[in-house]
Structure formats: structure tokens, C-alpha cells
Ligand binder design. Structure first.
Ligand SMILES: [Zn+2]
Length: 359
């Protein structure tokens, strides 16, 4: 098992981080090579040695492969949870197989990262989700897993929506009244907050008591772009809704649940100690080292142990803005996501951790 220091999750500067991560990724590559036949076949076919001397040479898999293949590196009997990215009925879903160790690492990592933005105190928490999302166990959707993971950060959980996505006014009014003027956590997927909450509350003409909210939201920008809603407008809407709001966007993949990239006070997505980002050219997949230049995002995470998801080429475009130098004081690379690469398929509704973390 990989040992990860979760105590200071944004503490490592470039050299230190590269050395630690490279050792971890080489260990993971070797482990998955030995324990996942499909992964071995892929690596052997590509002619790559399973261990290498720099981060950029850690072999990557495309997100598509997790939809096509059953990629798992531990005996099936050890799998305690399968995450699925449930897209439209026609689209294939990714399946991510978690054993107890990986699930524990993911949960711990998520909490440690988010606490850097919300503080260690468990605050009252409102989800922009229907309350039946977690109760529905037919398939453990990544969206449900996301909610369950984030739930560990807060207490007295309330759910703003009914199963039909209409507003649950009773829950909402209870929460806003109970915690008027107090610090609370709000969690939701970007598009759902906008469509099912902000727009519905605005249309109702009702006013809610002001809160002091920390809003975590992921994905959904692509859908909002269709509605011509930008980041500034979204953040203003949150101020309007909650009275006072600190808004943090996040970016993450269902294949790398737990090692999430969260936007700091300066609007930059940050790579924590246990993860990193590399940009690759859209033409030839060569590494782009220049900050500010657009490329395809490759994400690396030290958490995936039960499946070979430690190095993934996404279908997203982004650009790295800097490394170790953000004025928020956090070390590591910081970046922004610019959208989806053009040829990638439409994954349908805002229904997956992966998808909503992307758009
Ligand atoms: Zn920052």
C-alpha cells in the first residue's frame, strides 16, 4: 500500500513532490502491471517498461478504457464497492472497482483536501440533491458516492431537492431558518445548483434568510455555457442566494475519486500532494511544459490501488497557470479547465461525478 502524508496536503514544492509522487506512481504502475492482466497487456503492447524515471513517462490510460474493460487489480472478492458513471442509456458507463483500502484512502483524502477550504469544524450541510440519492442502492452512482464522501465534512445534512428535482421547501426553509447568519456548507453539481435551485428559487419569488455559506460545486460549466452563464455570474448568483458565499469550484474524475482539484480564493484549481496534472499536445500528445498553453489534461493520483487508475488521459482541455507560486500560498501546480476536446462523445445529462466534474 502507498503511504500518503495527508497532514499538509498542499505543502510540497516541485522537487519534493516530483520525487515522492514518482516513487508512488512507479510502485503503482508495477503493482497494477503484476496484478491486472489487462493493464499488463496494454502496457506490453505499447512497449512501455513498467517503471520509469520521470512523471511524464508514467504510462496513462484513456478514460474510455474504463468503459470498455473491466480494469481491476485485486481479487474480485475484495471489491466492496463499484462506482459507475451513469450517463445516458446509450453511452457506456465506466466501472471503477474499489477495495476497502482504496475506498478508505479516497474518503480520507477528500476530507483532508476539503478541510483546507472549509476548516476542521463539521458545519451544517445542505446538498443540492434529492435525499433519496444515497438510499438508492441499485447501482452506486459516482454522484451518490460523491455526496457520501462530502457528507463526512459536515453535520445535520439537509437535501434541497425532491426526487423529481423540484425544491423541497420544507427542508430548505428549515435549514435556512435554523442556521440564519451562521457558517454552513453547501455542496452540489454546478448545473444542478443553477438549474434546479437558483432558477427555481428565483422564479418562486420567495426570499430565504441569509447564511454564511461555503459553496463547493463541480462540473456543469459546459451546460451553463449553453445558457451563457459564466463563472462571475454564477458566483454572483450564489451571493444573492445565500447572502454571503465563498464559492469553490472543483474538478475531479470518477477514476480518481478523492484526489480532487479545488479552486482556491484566487480562482485557481490546485493539485494536492497526492495528485498532479500534466498537459499534452492535442496534435501529438507530447508534454506541454509552458505555463498558459492549452493542452489535453492528464491527471495522476496516488490513491487508486484496486484498479489501474493512477494515470489517466482525460477528454478535457486546460492550461497550467503556474507551480508553487499561487498567492494563496498553496504549493503545487495550479490550472484551469477550458472545456472538452471536440471529438469526445456527449455523455448526456449531468448525472455522473466524472461528467459533472468536467463540463
Ligand atoms: Zn491558489
Amino acid at each position: 500500500m502507498i503511504e500518503i502524508d495527508f497532514d499538509a496536503i498542499y505543502s510540497q514544492s516541485k522537487e519534493q513532490k516530483n520525487a515522492t509522487l514518482l516513487a508512488q506512481f512507479n510502485q503503482l504502475t508495477e503493482f497494477h502491471y503484476q496484478h491486472c492482466q489487462l493493464y499488463k497487456n496494454i502496457i506490453d503492447t505499447l512497449g512501455l517498461a513498467p517503471t520509469n524515471g520521470c512523471l511524464e513517462l508514467v504510462p496513462f490510460l484513456s478514460t474510455q478504457l474504463f468503459k470498455e474493460l473491466e480494469l481491476v487489480s485485486v481479487p474480485k472478492s475484495q471489491i466492496i464497492k463499484t462506482l459507475t458513471s451513469s450517463g445516458t442509456t446509450s453511452a457506456k458507463v465506466a466501472k471503477i472497482y474499489l477495495d476497502a483500502d482504496t475506498a478508505k484512502l479516497q474518503a480520507k483524502s477528500l476530507v483532508k483536501i476539503m478541510q483546507c477550504f472549509s476548516g476542521k469544524q463539521r458545519l451544517p450541510m445542505l446538498f443540492m440533491e434529492p435525499s433519496n440519492l444515497i438510499a438508492d442502492r441499485r447501482g452506486f452512482s459516482a454522484r451518490g458516492a460523491g455526496v457520501q464522501g462530502f457528507a463526512l465534512l459536515g453535520r445535520d445534512h439537509h437535501y434541497a431537492l425532491n426526487p423529481d428535482m423540484s425544491i423541497n421547501w420544507q427542508q430548505l426553509e428549515q435549514f435556512f431558518t435554523k442556521y440564519q447568519g451562521q457558517k454552513v456548507l453547501i455542496f452540489g453539481f454546478t448545473f444542478m445548483i443553477w438549474q434546479y435551485f437558483y432558477q427555481a428559487v428565483s422564479a418562486s419569488g420567495k426570499t430565504l434568510p441569509p447564511l454564511d455559506a461555503i459553496v463547493f460545486h463541480g462540473g456543469g460549466w459546459k451546460k451553463l455555457a449553453h445558457l451563457a452563464v459564466g463563472k462571475t455570474q454564477f458566483n454572483q448568483a450564489m451571493q444573492q442566494l445565500f447572502g454571503k458565499a465563498k464559492v469553490h469550484n472543483f474538478y475531479g474524475m470518477v477514476e480518481q475519486t478523492g484526489s480532487i482539484f479545488v479552486e482556491c480564493e484566487h480562482g485557481h484549481l490546485h493539485a494536492p500532494n497526492c495528485a498532479d496534472i500534466i498537459l499534452r499536445s492535442e496534435q501529438d500528445l507530447s508534454v506541454i511544459n509552458d505555463f498558459g498553453q492549452q493542452g489535453i489534461i492528464q491527471v495522476l493520483s496516488a490513491l487508486p490501488h484496486s484498479y489501474p487508475g493512477h494515470s489517466i488521459l482525460t477528454e478535457d482541455l486546460g492550461r497550467i497557470l503556474g507551480e508553487d507560486t499561487c498567492s494563496c500560498g498553496r504549493k503545487g501546480r495550479y490550472f484551469e479547465v477550458l472545456g472538452r476536446i471536440k471529438k469526445s462523445e456527449n455523455r448526456g445529462c449531468s448525472d455522473t461525478y466524472q461528467e459533472v466534474s468536467h463540463d
